[in-house]
Design a protein around this ligand. Structure first.
Ligand SMILES: CC(C)(COP(=O)(O)OP(=O)(O)OC[C@H]1O[C@@H](n2cnc3c(N)ncnc32)[C@H](O)[C@@H]1OP(=O)(O)O)[C@@H](O)C(=O)NCCC(=O)NCCS
Length: 147
């Protein structure tokens, strides 16, 4: 596995494009994406060819957050997301975080299964959190306790 630290923004963006190509979850513009990568506390992780996958996260003091997770369609069900989350959990623990939080659409059963398998639990609900194609959808807040 290669992490973002050894990649340029452009290389990381090309992985983002590969992972999100044809994906209904591709919601960020190129500009927003590159801007976000520069914010302090942002930690992107990536698996490079052939399993292009990305995880974008923020670590702020005792709280870590998964902002975006995407595995290229052809590479799914091979453990890529699990590896990225485990690497992120390790990094978060080293930096003093006590929990990882994320939001996931309540209809995204694949992702919910993944998070539950890795030890996350549902701790809250955000009403109308997602808005896409004129449709609103609630999101679960999920948490992984790191200590
Ligand atoms: C959700 C997603 C990140 C999973 O990535 P992945 O690399 O395929 O996940 P893994 O191979 O590590 O799967 C680990 C576990 O998650 C669950 N899981 C993952 N995909 C699943 C699916 N399609 N159906 C049911 N369970 C699934 C299973 O429990 C799986 O373990 P198993 O293969 O031993 O049964 C990927 O499908 C994806 O990129 N989806 C689109 C973007 C998205 O929904 N991101 C999450 C937003 S919150």
């Amino acid at each position: 596995m290669k992490t973002y630290e050894s990649l340029s923004n452009e290389q990381f963006f090309s992985i983002y494009s590969a992972a999100t190509f044809r994906s209904p979850n591709k919601v960020w513009s190129e500009e927003d994406f590159l801007l976000f990568l520069k914010l302090s506390g942002t930690f992107p992780f990536a698996l490079i060819k052939p399993n292009e996958s990305i995880l974008i996260s923020r670590i702020l003091y005792e709280k870590s957050e998964i902002i975006l997770l995407e595995v290229k369609e052809e590479s799914r069900r091979k453990g890529c997301a699990s590896v990225l989350i485990e690497q992120f959990a390790y990094r978060s623990t080293c930096l003093g975080a006590k929990d990882i939080f994320l939001e996931v659409a309540i209809s995204n059963t694949n992702a919910i299964n993944l998070y539950i398998k890795l030890g996350f639990s549902k701790v809250g609900l955000r009403k109308n959190y997602y808005f896409k194609d004129s449709q609103k959808e609630d999101a679960y807040i999920m948490r992984l306790n790191l200590i």
